[in-house]
Design a protein around this ligand. Sequence first.
Ligand code: GUN
Length: 279
Amino acid sequence: MPHIIDGKEIAAQIKEEVKYKTAQLKAQGRNVCLAVIQVGADPASTVYVRNKKKACEYVGIDSLSFELSESTSQEELLSLVARLNTDDKVSGILVQLPLPSHIDEDSVIQAISPDKDVDGFHPANAGKLCIGEKGIVPCTPAGIIELLKRSGISVDGKECVVVGRSNIVGKPMALLLLRENGTVTVAHSHTRNLREITRKADILIAALGKPQFITADYVKEGAVVIDVGIHRDNENRLCGDVLYEAVKDKASAITPVPGGVGPMTIAMLMSNCVAAVKR
Ligand code: GUN
């Protein structure tokens, strides 16, 4: 039987730690406050934003909510970000992605002050991660490192394969595994012989965004398998990038969907909010 990595439980632990730190900061007169901006009413974004605000409430972080209409112009959004950047009461700023197509996401990400960039998407934070300086790290890959550490899984010297090269998950994930002394391969949609590469992995991170793509023949016996995907299967049940039922019998440890990586993303966002105040 593989070890089923319980992301819900580990995320709950982290939220308790954040709750404690938030209370300590409050006692020193330092409030933690996250400004959350959503443009338009994408249903998935609405659910994510609601969960982020709920988590803030739970850990004692104040949240400010900006629900802007789909027709908001880039200038209006940039001017709101500029105002929040200079507002001393606001410690973190999160602009929920994706943005409507008439707004340039990169310009908005770059407008957020790097010290308030709790998503860790600003080029200054991405650059710091790249050269091994302290900065704010994107929540999902940071959460995966916590899952591994708190499950007693060492990365040092291991063959790590990351499937996916997004700025939000794949690239920062590779850099964090490298920071933990893993030997890292990044595979993507143009990779030839993907199966041969993934079968070498001691630690396999599936972040390719294709439902149940990673079947048992992509996985080495005894590998640790981390599933970043979130989809609906033919029967409308949640599933990941990994064909869980088949792969779990081969893995030594695996994250389920739901209840694996997902809850960690929000827990690490809370952790980043506290870190932003301390900066
Ligand atoms: N959309 C999907 N995931 C994320 C995330 O982690 N942060 C933001 N801002 N938007 C997202």
